[in-house]
Design a binder for this molecule. Structure first.
Ligand code: SAM
Length: 258
């Protein structure tokens, strides 16, 4: 089985209409959705690439009168997205199958493109393939349009691990599963700067400090659980004070196409 087939099998098994099927860390997922939503607008053409079961795409379309395309490589994810309960929408959504490395749309088709933990999840675990995916997102974006990118940083994880280690907690492995190549931001940033103006970078260190340092210390020797109420409180605090020492894997880049 090659890497792409393994990836498809992995996401085929995960595919369901459960709202958090693609992310166990339910409160961090809320932070992702709220962060992306805060930069969306009415009257735009928006691509949510690697949309999984469409939960985030639907959340965006509830709030914005825009035309959304949710696209994912895994057919089963796309089928779940089509079946997902939508509720009342302001916008319109079409779900399609497609590959971020070869997006089936002409140049400059969208005003806004977005990914949430997709470029890091490509099966090849290869920076060259990640660059290709970023270049494709750039290609389908109109000039001056925005790429809202929520992905993961190797350096952010290491800063979190340095703090965890001070308190006797183990270092969280960099790539816990086969499809997770966090960005080396020293390589990522110069690459992005060739294609985009970097308008804003956001980190979510407060959520990580409470959820990945205080929480495990409080519940030890039990294992922390994503649905522990302390993570909900961490999310509430992080809404008002998002960052703490730039720690945590998740990082948001707001990018404007040059
Ligand atoms: C970690 S999940 C994130 C899903 C969604 N963005 C979310 O926030 O829940 C990664 C998704 O990327 C999709 N994916 C993997 N390789 C892809 C590719 N080459 N093109 C498009 N989607 C891909 C997977 O099928 C999976 O649904």
């Amino acid at each position: 089985m090659d890497k792409t087939e393994r990836m498809e099998e992995f996401y085929r098994d995960l595919a369901s209409t459960k709202k958090y099927a693609t992310s166990l860390d339910i409160h961090l997922r809320e932070i992702e959705i709220e962060t992306i939503s805060s930069y969306l607008e009415d009257g735009k053409k928006i691509l949510d690439m690697g949309c999984g079961n469409g939960y985030s795409t639907i959340r965006y379309a509830r709030d914005f009168d825009s035309d959304f395309t949710g696209m994912d490589f895994t057919n089963e994810m796309v089928e779940c997205a089509r079946k997902m309960e939508r509720g009342e929408l302001k916008g319109r959504i079409e779900f399609k199958q497609g590959d971020i490395c070869n997006i089936p749309f002409p140049d400059e088709s969208f005003d806004i493109v977005t990914t949430s933990r997709v470029v890091i999840a490509l099966p090849h675990e290869d920076w060259e393939v990640q660059k290709k995916a970023i270049r494709e997102m750039h290609r389908v974006l109109r000039k001056g349009g925005e790429y809202l990118m929520i992905e993961s940083s190797e350096q952010g994880l290491q800063r979190l691990n340095d703090i965890r280690e001070m308190f006797g907690l183990y270092r969280i492995p960099t790539n816990p599963k086969w499809s997770d190549l966090k960005f080396d931001e020293e390589k990522l940033v110069p690459y992005l700067e060739d294609l985009f103006d970097i308008i804003e970078v956001k980190r979510f260190g407060m959520y990580y400090f409470i959820g990945r340092v205080i929480h495990p210390l409080l519940v030890a020797p039990e294992e922390p659980k994503y649905d522990n109420p302390i993570n909900r409180v961490a999310c509430e605090i992080a809404r008002k004070i998002p960052n703490f020492r730039d720690i945590g894997a998740l990082v948001f880049y707001r990018l404007k196409k040059k």
